[in-house]
Design a protein around this ligand. Structure first.
Ligand code: TMP
Length: 219
């Protein structure tokens, strides 16, 4: 089974990941927790390039190809082998993030984004995508507090430095994708407390676990 978490900056994905992993393990599933960009040795190097705020001039096409390169490596090295072994893969962001950030928000041709995914990754899709939905002003406020307190390194702030208008397009893009695929997406109101969000996610997982296979389709 392949589960992804998506949402704008500061939506609380990373905090909820740990709760979800514990919940799934308590239901007898062996979880692999991973993330994009990153998740592999090569991917962590690509992540450093992609999130470095000094790289303001990174060309949108180069950005798309670097995220795609990260994903191809990640799926080959981590995601596909884990799914084939019957594990549950829990991934902090996946292809929906590319459609939304590079497509909807950056303005690259979404057909091109999708075609790259189809050609290089066989169009691999999660079984379930939890979208933590939050107003960008609230999300960016949280994200900046994490940067100010040092719990997230300043070396990863390239997207936090984007204008509010960019983050509004990201949120709208995610909601558009979710509306188009209601069977795969579950939209969670992330403006509430961590405990309330966690509870809602557990209820969603409870409902969906029975309907989902123990392993997702491998590439
Ligand atoms: P995060 O791991 O803290 O969520 O940061 C990853 C950043 O990279 C976030 O701002 C969203 C962005 N991103 C893209 O623009 N495209 C992608 O395909 C992915 C996976 C992430």
């Amino acid at each position: 089974m392949f589960i992804t978490l998506e949402g704008i900056e500061g939506s609380g994905k990373t905090t909820q990941m740990a709760h979800i992993a514990r919940f799934l393990e308590s239901r007898g599933r062996t979880c692999v927790q991973t993330r994009e960009p990153g998740g592999t040795g090569i991917g962590e190097k690509l992540r450093a390039i992609l999130l470095d705020p000094a790289h303001r001039h990174l060309a949108p096409g180069a950005e798309l190809l670097l995220y795609t390169a990260d994903r191809v490596q990640h799926v080959q090295e981590v995601v596909a082998p884990a799914l084939e072994a019957g594990r549950t893969v829990l991934c902090d962001r996946f292809f929906d993030a590319t459609l939304v950030y590079q497509g909807y928000a950056r303005g690259l041709d979404r057909h091109l984004v999708q075609t790259l995914h189809n050609l290089l990754l066989g169009g691999l899709k999660p079984d379930l995508t939890l979208l933590l939905d939050l107003d960008p002003e609230a999300g960016l406020g949280r994200a900046w507090r994490q940067l100010d307190s040092g719990s997230r390194g300043d070396g990863e702030s390239r997207f936090e430095k984007e204008a509010l208008a960019f983050h509004r397009k990201v949120r709208a893009g995610y909601l558009d994708l979710a509306a188009g695929e209601p069977q795969r997406f579950a939209v969670v109101d992330a403006a509430r407390s961590e405990a309330a969000v966690r509870q809602t996610i557990f209820e969603i997982l409870d409902r969906r676990l029975n309907r989902l296979p123990t392993s997702g389709a491998a590439v």
